[in-house]
Design a protein around this ligand. Structure first.
Ligand code: NDP
Length: 402
């Protein structure tokens, strides 16, 4: 049905390619482009070995709008699936507008010199995309992405009005390294060292990073984990689009070991984003740290255990208060067996494929810049069940994070 260009040959990009190849009747032509051609070729070779299908690869600098425009005009895809880094979002959106193609990403734009996750830069493209008759779908990963869909689906099918939202992201996986991040280390560390912000009574309240801790027992025997409240980008769009929300919080699990390493690295300045002059060369500490840490794409064969990510919503239906929880559990080893990747890249790559499928099949296609929860969650949720991320919804008698 359509040709897509996928930009970014990292952990997530590899999964997107595998999943698009699996849905061959929708994704008839696939081009994988990234900064390092050899990484694209390695993914293409893996796909060829697993499925027999050939995909095209290309080298691209996604910071360079002119280069992107020339590339898009030559390839003429229906859309681009951007799974490079958040720094490239705006240059790729600019190039899409100039070349006349649709856009999708999994993480909101972040300026390189400022660790700030905000939609304002991408929301500012609303009129441009509308005028061009093009669609930009923002945040079609797991969180953001599936968590926005879970929330929208719960609001649509279980409540008249929703009041409280807790998104809980537990990774019970173990890769055996003393310290490694499950997705791009630079983005991951910038995210977890940022101040916490949560939505409370009409405004964002700021608290120090990792200052709020609770214990959470996952369903279906995944286990009990320490979770920490932190800022996550979907809180901004969900609190905007569900104006009845009185409180919205995001929680993520971290092991004591991970936090100990992070604290030391932070204390000695290794998570800094300002360049430091070392022997005449400017070095950005967090980028140097990234070079030392294991590549997230290499964690696949080593990671055992499960992820459990979901949304708990409190609200009112027919005048009665209730609590509904929708979640997905994903097994790291099963993901590796299917697409040679651990569950974090898998849970991000599958929703990216489904979001693109929603656009290509014209279930969601409409001009403008959209967050996931603004669109009908039903077809997306059906596809999650079909393409590897089955979910469950349960009603809870009580919910308290202690
Ligand atoms: P990786 O670092 O593994 O991969 C990023 C890829 O983008 C690399 O192949 C990199 O190239 C390429 N790239 C970087 N800069 C450029 C550029 N200027 N031009 C072309 N290619 C470039 O990251 P992940 O795969 O882990 O993450 C990909 C995206 O997914 C990130 O934006 C991340 O924030 C997002 N994400 C979203 C989640 C969600 O649930 N919503 C969860 C996890 C990740 P090279 O190989 O040369 O370095």
């Amino acid at each position: 049905m359509a040709k897509v260009v996928i930009i970014g040959a990292g952990g997530v990009g590899a999964v997107v390619v595998h999943k698009c190849v699996q849905v061959a009747d929708v994704f008839t032509d696939i081009v994988l482009a990234s900064r390092t051609l050899s990484k694209c070729d390695a993914i293409a070779a893996q796909v060829k070995e697993k499925t027999g299908r050939t995909i095209k690869t290309a080298k691209i600098d996604a910071d360079n709008v002119a280069e992107l425009v020339t590339f898009f005009k030559a390839e003429k895809p229906f859309m681009v699936i951007n799974v490079a880094l958040p720094y490239q979002d705006l240059s790729i959106m600019d190039a899409c507008l100039e070349a006349g193609i649709h856009y999708l990403d999994t993480a909101n734009y972040e300026p390189l010199d400022e660790a700030k996750f905000e939609y304002k830069w991408q929301w500012a493209y609303q009129e441009k995309f509308k005028k061009a008759g093009l669609m930009a779908l923002l945040g079609s990963g797991f969180d953001p992405g599936a968590t926005n869909m879970f929330t929208a689906h719960i609001a649509k099918h279980h409540f008249d009005e929703i009041h409280e939202l807790d998104i809980i992201d537990v990774n019970g996986g173990d890769h055996g390294y003393p310290f490694a991040t499950n997705f791009n280390p630079e983005i991951n560390i910038r995210e977890v060292t940022a101040e916490c912000r949560h939505w409370e009574n009409g405004e964002f309240v700021t608290t120090p990073a990792m200052s709020m801790k609770a214990s959470f027992t996952c369903p279906d025997d995944v286990g009990t984990y320490n979770i920490y409240r932190m800022y996550h980008e979907e809180l901004e769009s969900l609190s905007k689009h569900f104006s009845s929300l009185k409180r919205a919080q995001f929680w993520m699990s971290f092991s004591d070991n991970y936090l100990k390493h992070l604290e030391v690295l932070d204390n000695v300045g290794m998570t800094g984003i300002e360049p430091v002059n070392f022997n005449g060369t400017d070095v950005v500490p967090i980028q140097f740290l990234r070079a030392l840490l294991p590549d997230p794409a290499s964690l696949g064969p080593r990671t055992k255990g499960k992820t459990c990510i979901g949304s708990v919503v409190k609200g009112v239906k027919n005048g009665e208060e209730k609590i509904v929880y929708t979640y997905n559990i994903c097994d790291h080893e099963a993901c590796y067996a299917e697409v040679n990747s651990q569950a974090i890249s898998y849970t991000t790559g599958v929703p990216a494929m489904i979001g693109a499928k929603m656009m290509i099949e014209e279930k969601w296609l409409q001009p403008g810049v959209w967050n996931m929860e603004q669109l009908d969650p039903d077809p997306f949720m059906e596809d999650m069940n079909q393409y590897g991320l089955p979910w469950k919804t349960v009603e809870l008698d009580d919910f308290k994070l202690t």
